[in-house]
Design a binder for this molecule. Structure first.
Ligand code: 5AD
Ligand code: FES
Length: 347
């Protein structure tokens, strides 16, 4: 018997807002067994490569927004990106996540060239892109060049709230269109949102859950909002760890086959935040493979953890944490159990 059959809005709002510790534990236990049904106790490892901190966007919450006077900028060369992949491969990673701001230097052509180089050297690895909004043709080019997965958080599925977090040029409708396009092309697609951003209400979080049910993404990244210096939201308060955990659990229950990371942002707000996320239904961790000297400059928010450690150290630390929480580190590709709807024939 599952925890939810088809929960109504009131029921979801109840679990979004409850502070009752017994109710929360019930929710987390149900989320753990839903995860176990499809994925067992495995926790999948992804190697994260943050390859550029330049961004042409100006999202109000983000520490690398274009107009931040505090952001330090760097971009890795294709050779450096490839070297990160090699280091990751030697550490056992079979998934590379290439994440960056929307940096005009990285044209579609350059991205495709980098993808081809990685794909040539690592024919069996999963390559995930997380580089924002592009047109359909570019997404198709990335897919043909060897990318299998794409992460693009929707950030909030409530239209007015999206408008309160972004400059007028950015639209929720466009973000959603990108996500449906990615899914149609055949990417394993990841959406996601922040918890506790300024002006967020329980109804916004309900809209996030309803949107996720409609999109049925293969992955969902959920992290607390953390203020970043040099942004319009620098003085707002951070998101709640407990509310973030409840959103992880609710997402697991509504989309039992999705892959859910225990995010670095949760680990930043609580020493055991990622472990708590695993206990609330998460099943992915993303240790950092970015070169040590640039890591601290990819500061989406203040006090980000894991910025000083070597990649090997980060993997060892995460493996220990995963085991200590009762789960099993898994370095394989760890594809989503949700099928892909592939429109595009790769030739
Ligand atoms: N706090 C928490 N998460 C943030 N992100 C960006 N800025 C912040 C912040 N201040 C998240 C966004 C983005 C992802 C890469 O990082 O959700 O999609
Ligand atoms: Fe990176 Fe612990 S996970 S140092």
């Amino acid at each position: 018997m599952s925890f939810f059959t088809t929960p109504g809005d009131d029921e979801l709002l109840h679990y979004i807002t409850t502070e009752d510790s017994q109710e929360m534990e019930k929710l987390f236990a149900a989320a753990r067994s839903a995860r176990e049904e499809y994925y067992g106790l495995d926790v999948y490892f992804r190697g994260l490569i943050e390859f550029t901190s330049y961004c042409k966007n100006d999202c109000f919450y983000c520490g690398i927004r274009r107009s931040s006077p505090c952001a330090r900028r760097y971009r890795l060369s294709p050779a450096q990106i490839l070297e990160c992949c090699r280091i990751g491969d030697r550490l056992g990673f079979r998934t590379f996540v290439l994440q960056g701001g929307e940096d005009p230097w990285f044209t579609g052509e350059r991205i495709c060239r980098i993808l081809s180089l990685i794909r040539h050297e690592f024919p069996d690895h999963a390559i995930t892109l997380s580089i924002g909004e592009w047109d359909r043709k570019s997404y198709e080019d990335f897919f043909r060049a060897g990318a299998n997965r794409y992460l693009l958080r929707h950030e909030t599925a409530a239209d007015a709230h999206y408008g309160a977090l972004h400059p007028p040029a950015m639209k929720l409708s466009r973000r959603k269109e990108c996500l449906y396009t990615l899914r149609d092309i055949g990417f394993q697609t990841g959406a996601g949102f922040m918890v506790g951003t300024p002006f967020q209400t329980p109804e916004c979080l309900l809209a996030d859950l309803r949107f996720l049910q409609d999109l049925e993404p293969h992955m969902v990244g959920i992290g607390p909002f953390i203020p970043a210096e040099g942004t319009p939201f620098a003085a707002y308060s951070q998101g709640s760890v407990n509310l973030t955990l409840r959103m992880v659990a609710l997402t697991r229950l509504l989309l039992p086959r999705t892959l859910l990371p225990a995010t670095t942002a949760l680990g930043t707000l609580a020493g055991d935040g990622r472990e708590q996320a695993l206990m609330a239904g998460a099943n992915v961790v993303m240790p950092n493979l970015s070169p040590q000297d640039v890591r601290k400059f990819y500061s989406l928010y203040d006090n980000k953890i894991c910025t000083g450690d070597e990649a090997a150290e980060c993997v060892r630390c995460m493996s220990l944490r995963v085991r200590a929480t009762g789960f099993v580190p898994n370095m394989s590709r760890g594809d989503s159990k949700l099928p892909v709807t592939a429109d595009l024939q790769v030739v």
